[in-house]
Design a protein around this ligand. Structure first.
Ligand code: ADP
Length: 466
């Protein structure tokens, strides 16, 4: 199969969250299954040298032989951020990503041999299935190409004022409530959902949740109407990158002698964040985008109570000013027990996974979540809410299945969070039990190979109707 993956961020070139991890790992996994894969993404300032903005095209390689093609547009993409600044989105995001989709299509044609599948990710690529549907009818080059659209986070839909519709370069008749219109606005996520041949999202549980009012972000009806072509495929984790035994950011590396190595990393982490360097207090880590989704409001409400317990908290993240300021305030209240680092830093993130005993993830919703998988691999037991991909990956250690790998809040409330933390602390002081769970957690695997096989099944279903 010839597959083109199109996305706005791909690790290691540009990353703001899990989307990049997925788009960096899936192509190589598909290639390993014997498919021919290319990737198309914008060339941003963070990708490489500035001079490249004067080039016409640039390529790189991931996996064994996956070509990554960067589309270049100096005015649109030579900026500090991918989608905006701290104060908000870039006002011309519709122009930027409309350009990207049109260019991607033109580029596919330039390559000369048709693709079987164009796999689009998130709202930034939502226009592409629309263009392909329109062109597929008119241009024999695209007639047999099928599109798959993956939702990574339904809360970010790419909403724009109706007056900008002409910028999309598609027929005005598509601006109706069954297609691109959404409460008087343009909705690019909806465009991708209604115009693609198959819709996927990043966990089975999230696929169910987004068809309900609680999680559907007003698109539940649209999603339900596509339920025979909607499925949840759990993300894998790239274990060649996330491996404490080979991790270039860690010394000592570890797999077998977990506890002694983790002690070293913990002491270093405590020192780096200005906490009291105590070996016998459980450290709860957090790495993530600082936004509503990640449950920071609940952590704030529970903070005073948390600080009465024998725990230390370590936060690393970047995001909304509101949450950045809140975390800095909490750290100021309890500098010896709460360390905060407001930044995006890969190396420091690896050190938090390695140095923490537990990993906090009280998300309000969580499409898949990679950080619970990462923390498990690094021997930090996740303490989570019970939503989305967390349901598919974290089982409570008290569950009767005997496969428990984390601590799951019984309710989404301050009491639920405190109860989960108390259970974590209790377990921490039962060293043998703790070690057994750490070892079990480190052995859990969600491979990209398994996920890629599921994507191939979707691609095949699409092609059967070609
Ligand atoms: P989301 O996609 O909602 O941001 P995920 O859990 O799916 O969350 O993926 C988050 C990814 O981004 C992980 O690889 C995590 O390590 C990384 N990450 C998030 N924030 C930071 C940060 N401040 N510094 C370094 N890495 C981060």
């Amino acid at each position: 199969m010839r597959i083109a993956l199109v996305a706005a961020e791909v690790f290691p070139f540009a990353k703001t969250g899990g989307l990049a991890d997925v788009c960096g790992a899936l192509p190589a996994a598909l290639e390993n299954l014997g498919h021919e894969v290319i990737v198309i993404m914008p060339y941003y300032r963070c990708v490489g040298p500035q001079q490249a903005f004067n080039e016409r095209a640039l390529t790189a390689t991931i996996g064994r032989n996956v070509r990554v093609f960067f589309l270049i547009h100096k005015e649109f993409f030579n900026r500090a951020g991918l989608y905006g600044t701290r104060t908000g989105d870039y006002p011309d995001n519709l122009d930027r990503f409309s350009f990207f989709c049109h260019q991607a299509l033109a580029f596919l044609k330039e390559l000369g041999t048709p693709f079987d599948i164009v796999h689009c990710h998130e709202w930034q690529t939502g226009l592409l299935p629309v263009l392909l549907k329109e062109q597929g009818g008119q241009d024999s080059f695209f007639a047999r190409t099928r599109t798959v659209f993956t939702i990574h986070n339904l809360a970010y839909q790419g909403l724009f004022p109706a007056e900008q519709f002409a910028k999309l370069g598609v027929g005005q008749e598509l601006f109706n409530d069954r297609q691109l219109e959404f409460y008087g606005k343009i909705n690019l996520m909806k465009a991708g959902i209604v115009c693609s041949d198959y819709v996927t999202t990043v966990s089975p549980q999230y696929a169910r949740e987004i068809q309900t009012q609680d999680f559907g972000c007003w698109l539940e009806g649209v999603l339900k109407s596509r339920r025979d072509r909607l499925t949840g495929i759990l993300n894998g984790l790239d274990y060649s990158h996330w491996d404490p035994l080979t991790d270039g950011y860690l010394e000592p590396k570890y797999d077998g002698q977990v506890m002694s190595a983790k002690h070293v990393h913990k002491a270093r982490l405590q020192e780096e964040l200005g906490l009291e360097v105590l070996p016998d207090i459980p450290v709860f880590g957090f790495v993530g985008r600082l936004c509503y989704q990640k449950g920071l409001d609940l952590l704030e409400s529970a903070f005073e109570e948390l600080m009465r317990r024998p725990v230390q908290l370590v936060f690393q993240g970047r995001g909304e000013d509101k949450y950045q300021n809140m975390l800095l305030r909490l750290a100021k209240w309890s500098p010896q027990k709460c360390g905060v680092s407001i930044r995006y830093d890969e190396r420091a993130a690896h050190r938090i996974y390695a140095g923490s005993d537990f990993f906090l993830m009280p998300s309000i919703y969580e499409p898949c979540g990679l950080t619970q998988m990462i923390s498990l691999r690094y021997g930090a037991i996740p303490v989570t809410s019970h939503v989305g991909g967390l349901v598919d990956t974290v089982t409570d250690i008290a569950s009767e299945t005997g496969h428990g790998n984390g601590i799951v809040m019984s309710t989404y409330s301050v009491a639920g969070l405190l109860e989960a933390v108390d259970r974590a602390v209790g377990m921490y002081y039962q060293q043998e039990r703790m070690q057994a769970f750490v070892r079990h957690g480190m052995s859990c695997r969600w491979t990209w190979e398994a996920a890629a096989r599921r994507y191939v099944e979707c691609y095949e279903t699409c092609l059967q109707s070609a």
